[in-house]
Every structure is written in C-alpha cells, then in structure tokens.
Design a protein around this ligand. Structure first.
Ligand code: AMP
Length: 186
C-alpha cells in the first residue's frame, strides 16, 4: 500500500498516519519528523531546515525532494509506505510523480483529513503546551495555515482528478476516524 496523508496542521495527520502504518505494516515517513530529527541532532540538513521551519515556512523543494527520494529508496519502503506532510506544493507533486515512475510503484490513495479552523487551533494549542515545538508559536502557526491554504489545499484537486482521493472528516474520536480510513481503503 502506497499512501499519502494530507490535511492542515492540527488535523491529526501524524496520529492517523502512525495508526495506518501499524495497520498495514508499512513505514510512516514524515518529512516534518525527518527535519525535526536533523534539527535536534544539528546535522547540516537540520541547520539548513531550521531557518525555515522556525518561521513556519516550507523548506526549499530541492532539499525536501532529495530527502524523500532517499527515504523511498530504502529497503523497508519496498513494499509500501505512508507519506505524511509531503507533497506540500505543486512542484513536490511533480517531483513525487517522477520518483514513483522511476521506482515503477504507483500511488494507491491520498487520504485527506479536514476539520474546522477552531478545532485545528485548539489542537495546535494543546500540542504546543504538551510538546513545546519551536514552530508552535502564534506567528509560525498562522504562516503554516496560510501556506497550507495557498499551496497545499489546491493539491487535493489534483489527486481527486486522478481518482485517488479519499476524504475523511477529521473531527471527533481518534479510533472512529481511523476506522473510517480503514473502511475507505480496504
Ligand atoms: P510538519 O510536522 O509536517 O508540520 O512539518 C514541520 C515543518 O517542516 C514545516 O512547517 C516545514 O517547515 C517543514 N516541512 C515538512 N514537510 C515539508 C515539505 N513537504 N516541504 C517543505 N517543508 C516541509
């Protein structure tokens, strides 16, 4: 199973992606997690990404596409994966299409989660209090939601036109949401 999970910050993408990964026995590949790991360990990639992520801006495509390409080429990704937080703009869709064509492994589905803006802001505030993410400050949050609206939300139409899109309501109970996703994918 090769899946994307898409949706605005705070919708529960990461939580659902982990459950989907467990359910299908595939790796959960989160570009945000890869950047956070590298920032924590102060690698050259982390140091370069930090100036963007701290402000809630997208890390440049060239860098982001390369980490995804390298990750998809790893052994554990041979039989499937769920990509969380990628692609986030039209040029990343193009780059992913090219990677998948080269690997000869088409995408199965793009799972789109959505929720009211108030729900999103409440969840981001809760996560911020629990995890203290550097980019969960008011300015960066506003910037991330703006970037999502302008660059990422239009991608849903691309996958809809390819008959790949599965849209799921992200409000409510975590287990009920995952059940809806499994029902739609099975
Ligand atoms: P996330 O955990 O998915 O919200 O990602 C945290 C931050 O990592 C984002 O605000 C971006 O700065 C960066 N990031 C994650 N995924 C991407 C991507 N596909 N393209 C560019 N930047 C990204």
């Amino acid at each position: 199973m090769r899946l994307l999970i898409m949706g605005p910050q705070g919708v529960g993408k990461g939580t659902q992606a982990k459950l989907i990964a467990e359910h299908y026995g595939i790796p959960h590949i989160s570009t945000g997690d890869i950047f956070r790991y590298n920032m924590k360990n102060e690698t050259p990639l982390g140091l370069e990404a930090k100036s963007y992520t701290d402000k809630g801006q997208l890390v440049p495509d060239e860098l982001t596409n390369k980490i995804v390409k390298d990750r998809l080429a790893m052994d554990d990704a041979k039989n499937g994966w769920i990509l969380d937080g990628y692609p986030r703009n039209a040029s990343q869709v193009e780059a992913l299409d090219k990677m998948l064509e080269e690997l000869g492994t088409p995408l199965d589905k793009a799972v789109a989660l959505d929720a009211d803006r108030d729900t999103l802001l409440a969840r981001i505030a809760k996560r911020s209090a629990e995890e203290g993410r550097a980019d969960d400050n008011a300015e960066a949050i506003a910037q991330r939601l703006k970037t999502y609206d302008e660059q990422t939300a239009p991608l849903l139409d691309v996958y809809k036109k390819r008959s790949c899109l599965v849209s799921i309501d992200g409000e409510g109970d975590i287990d009920k949401i995952s059940q809806k996703i499994f029902d739609a994918l099975d």
